[in-house]
Design a binder for this molecule. Sequence first.
Ligand SMILES: CC(=O)N[C@H]1[C@@H](OP(=O)(O)OP(=O)(O)OC[C@H]2O[C@@H](n3ccc(=O)[nH]c3=O)[C@H](O)[C@@H]2O)O[C@H](CO)[C@@H](O)[C@@H]1O[C@H](C)C(=O)N[C@@H](C)C(=O)N[C@@H](CCC(=O)O)C(=O)O
Ligand SMILES: Nc1ncnc2c1ncn2[C@@H]1O[C@H](COP(=O)(O)OP(=O)(O)OP(=O)(O)O)[C@@H](O)[C@H]1O
Length: 449
Amino acid sequence: MTHPIQPRLTQVFRFVRCTYAHGVAELVYAFDHGEELIERVRFPAAPAVTAERKHAFEAALKLLHLIAGISYYKAGVPPKIELSNGPLDDATADLLEALYLHGLAEFAYRNGLDLRGRIAFPRSGEPSGMVKAATLHLPERTLVPIGGGKDSLVAVEAIKHIGGQATAVWVGNSPLIATCAERTGLPTLNIQRELAPGLFELNRLGAWNGHIPVTAVNSAVLAVAAILYGYDSIAFANERSASAATLEYDGQQVNHQWSKGYAFERLLGDWLHTHVAADLHYCSLLRPYSELAITRAFAKLTPYFDVFSSCNRNFKILGPKPADRWCGECPKCHFVFLALAPFLPKPRLLAIFGRNVLDDEAQTAGFDALLEYHDHKPFECVGEGAEARAAMYALSQRPEWQEDAIVARFRSEILPQLDVAELALEPWLKPAGDHRVPERLQPALAAIG
Ligand SMILES: CC(=O)N[C@H]1[C@@H](OP(=O)(O)OP(=O)(O)OC[C@H]2O[C@@H](n3ccc(=O)[nH]c3=O)[C@H](O)[C@@H]2O)O[C@H](CO)[C@@H](O)[C@@H]1O[C@H](C)C(=O)N[C@@H](C)C(=O)N[C@@H](CCC(=O)O)C(=O)O
Ligand SMILES: Nc1ncnc2c1ncn2[C@@H]1O[C@H](COP(=O)(O)OP(=O)(O)OP(=O)(O)O)[C@@H](O)[C@H]1O
């Protein structure tokens, strides 16, 4: 009989094996000599892997195993990591160590842990180099991940605008995301992901728990899918402000959205070019845009208004979900309401949310955090504090909004402490900064701005 392990006392996290057959990937992990934790990812109607793509497929699958391990590793954060398939080359180890350190920074901060110097993947010492993987002549079509919220729908419409071939793809079994994906009118692909049930048991036994960089997991799933089904690009909808830290603590930046940020996009995009296929492109189509530029673009996409939701409470695997798509109380509901408000007629916005979030005094502390007023930005996927202040200032100048409780308080209490010259909306609406959008998709960028 095996005794239940005490997750926080474990010494080794083991990547046991990773297999694939008939559209199902099994990703297997264990702590010490404890029971195997098996995560399954199901690729529907999967075609056979061709000989030409075999090497690329295996490389992508191996990366998925290594990345998805983060959900389990975090339960114990033991001092040692073991790989049954041998050590990693430097580029792979660098990618994983960056992901585990920065992607778990919020987890570490909230649990009072310091992961610096603790996460070391075994290395072969093989230099990374920048040798390109083979070109696979992947079909010119794009996987567009759908998250149920506004951002991915803006990306979808931009690709449709340039006549690009694309498939709306999502990981997991959210009916809300399925409805959004169907509304795009694109072909759809739903990949199922089942966490190892043993993780919930570890949680019950007092495992460490907290945020994981789920976009990295979804990205690795989609890299496997791109090779399996044949796509030359994966176009996420991660905004410019996703790269901004939520807070800084003890000399370390803590960014809730790290795997949505540009640093991770670069690491993974380069890794795919060198280890999987020279013609598989991983990018974010919204990288040059702020949240406000994206909400302005989304405000024109009326066909999605009755199906989308950015409220993450919809996406829990366990536990209750909001009755009507928007809980109206969480940082995402606060931010999306505020960021859409400057670009939509007020009655339209109230109809989407079924309430006026800005006239609810109970939400004052939540909005203060968004504005970084006596608080830091919330641990959620929300825009920068300066962006939220610009949106709030715009509303405070409009008669239809300025009497609402939260806006009125902003006018009387917060605005006098701010420099109005820094509150303009317009600078946020211009694209800026680098992106990695491949040439074929670049015309779609212009369709957003
Ligand atoms: C939906 C959600 O926000 N979940 C977070 C929440 O989880 P909770 O315990 O309340 O419920 P479940 O989602 O049902 O998860 C149950 C447990 O399962 C583990 N887990 C789940 C998914 C996974 O991929 N790995 C896991 O290990 C975990 O132990 C759960 O407790 O709180 C958790 C703890 O803080 C978070 O880990 C859950 O976050 C999910 C991974 C998730 O999908 N979150 C996205 C909505 C999310 O945060 N997206 C970010 C993207 C940022 C990035 O860099 O990727 C965003 O929108 O900002
Ligand atoms: N379940 C999922 N499957 C595939 N991709 C996902 C999933 N959830 C989120 N994503 C993708 O991850 C990226 C970040 O998600 P995010 O929640 O910021 O976007 P969103 O849902 O489109 O918009 P919003 O910011 O309004 O929530 C987006 O490209 C989104 O499509």
